[in-house]
Design a protein around this ligand. Structure first.
Ligand SMILES: [Zn+2]
Length: 126
């Protein structure tokens, strides 16, 4: 119980896949850690505003992973423009004609493609 008498909701994150590469494990771990800030500290509602939670998390994860590549802590090439893939993904969604409004409830998107690129990628670009 919080000091204001409200309920607190614990959150558990599972990171699966023992055969993942170190880059994949680092990427998902960083993404989930970023949720601790963008969802839990800022108290965004992922069902109503998925783009806020996933978008800010994706942006921060992109920055951190790129820095870890620069320092050599994870394999891969550092780039001075880490957002190129995000812009390309958003452009592809728009060109497909399948984009949906980000005000759509997370459970009510017509396609997972529109939800995923809209929430994660368009949110990050925003
Ligand atoms: Zn996420």
């Amino acid at each position: 119980m919080g000091g204001d008498g409200g309920m607190e909701y614990p959150m558990a994150t599972l990171i699966t896949g023992a055969d993942r590469s170190i880059s994949s494990l680092a990427g998902v771990a960083i993404h989930e850690l970023m949720h601790s800030w963008y969802q839990m500290m800022l108290a965004t509602n992922e069902s109503l505003y998925a783009w806020m939670d996933e978008g800010f998390t994706t942006l921060a994860s992109c920055e951190v992973m790129n820095e870890l590549r620069r320092t050599g802590d994870v394999p891969g090439a550092y780039t001075p423009m880490p957002y190129v893939d995000l812009y390309n993904g958003l452009r592809n969604l728009i060109k497909s004609g399948r984009e949906e409004a980000l005000s759509t409830h997370a459970d009510h998107f017509t396609t997972n493609y529109a939800y995923g690129v809209g929430s994660y990628t368009k949110g990050a670009v925003f």
